[in-house]
Design a protein around this ligand. Structure first.
Ligand code: SIN
Ligand code: CO
Length: 363
């Protein structure tokens, strides 16, 4: 899939560094969704979608739900549907091909369908992306442009001074990898162009801190101790912040950040929080003799002492931990593996199947 490169070589040479074009990365590429399925998904209000049109040279953006698409015979439109992996098993399978990158970085599979000439205009993204041509053809122009300036007269992110330095037409099965901020413009050549984008996620330090700090506070229990100052002397500078109060505040913040396992738990829980609008269908406890697989919407990660599933953390050690790591890494456990779980871990797995986070795996 990586044009003769091993995942290790790809990560070393290209990831976050250099584009890579792979002809026939996928032989017999089949889009995980047809135009009809995509149109139906785009009409749902729990699916994130956008319609971009450039009719008569005028860029327009419409956020979903999209009730009606223009005709495929009308040039210049594209529909983008986000998070297909949450909705379709085939899309989840395609995304799974990219798990040589940690799950904590993998975001979702987007599909776009376009009529002739359709596209979202020249732009750059903040994240890495694999663009997979699944049906029809698309012409990509790309450039390592550092001076890109976004236009302010259009409703979408479009570079005004786009300077491509490469151009190729992707056929079904071809794939293009682009590092973050690489300028690109993909235009459908002919109708029925379907492109998949494997997207990644990364936070700024500020956003991560904003997300983790409230969670850290949930982890520590200060016993509701109030600030007290029995040794406060009479002051002639009532406006001055007492040094002892600053120290009290500093200790409170440090205690939250340094509580054993607090940061690990906060991070694991934050990273596995299900996406907005995701809900799970409740199930039955796992029948004896069956294997188990993660529901395609479930997010599972682990560290040395915990496993994290859909925003919750669990302590795990020994054989249970090894099996839970396997569940996270392979997204499934065979029946013999399930049988080796301790009674406590098995009870947890039953809870997860009842929650719909884990699905029974029929033999
Ligand atoms: C598309 O599939 O049309 C847009 C993908 C992208 O440029 O990021
Ligand atoms: Co892009």
């Amino acid at each position: 899939m990586l044009g003769g490169l091993s995942p290790a070589q790809f990560m070393h040479k290209h990831w976050q560094k250099q584009p890579l074009l792979v002809r026939q990365a996928f032989t017999n590429a089949v889009p995980p969704a047809s135009l009809k399925t995509l149109a139906a998904l785009a009409a749902q209000d729990d699916v994130e979608s956008r319609l971009v049109t450039a009719f008569d040279g005028e860029w327009k953006l419409k956020q979903g739900p999209i009730a009606r698409l223009p005709a495929m015979s009308k040039p210049g439109w594209t529909l983008l549907v986000q998070g297909l992996d949450q909705h379709l098993a085939e899309a989840r399978e395609l995304l799974d091909r990219f798990r040589f990158v940690p799950d904590a970085r993998l975001d979702d599979l987007m599909l776009s369908v376009a009529s002739d000439g359709g596209g979202v205009g020249p732009h750059f993204d903040s994240y890495d992306v694999f663009l997979i041509q699944l049906a029809g053809r698309r012409r990509w122009r790309i450039g390592a442009q550092r001076d890109a300036v976004l236009r302010d007269d259009v409703p979408l992110k479009i570079i005004g001074n786009f300077k491509p330095d490469d151009e190729f037409v992707l056929e079904p099965g071809d794939m293009l990898y682009l590092p973050p901020r690489w300028a690109h413009d993909g235009v459908a050549v002919g109708p029925g162009c379907i492109t998949g984008s494997v997207g990644f996620r990364a936070s700024t330090a500020e956003a991560l801190a904003a997300e983790l700090l409230p969670r850290l506070l949930d982890e520590v229990d200060s016993g509701g101790k109030l600030y007290s100052d029995p040794r406060q002397e009479a002051t002639s500078e009532p406006g001055r912040v007492p040094v002892a109060l600053l120290e009290f505040a500093r200790r409170a913040v440090e205690a939250a950040a340094q509580a054993p396992h607090a940061l690990e738990r906060a991070l694991g829980e934050a990273l596995t929080e299900p996406k907005a609008k995701v809900w799970f269908e409740p199930g039955e406890p796992l029948e004896p003799g069956l294997g188990a697989s993660l529901d395609r919407r479930s997010r599972m990660l682990y560290d040395a002492a915990h496993v994290f599933l859909n925003g919750e953390s669990f302590r795990a050690g020994g054989r249970d931990a090894a099996l839970m790591h396997r569940l996270a890494d392979r997204r499934m456990l065979t029946a013999p593996e399930v049988a080796r779980l301790s009674p406590g871990a098995r009870e947890l797995l039953d809870q997860w199947t009842e929650d719909g986070w884990v699905q029974p795996l029929k033999p």
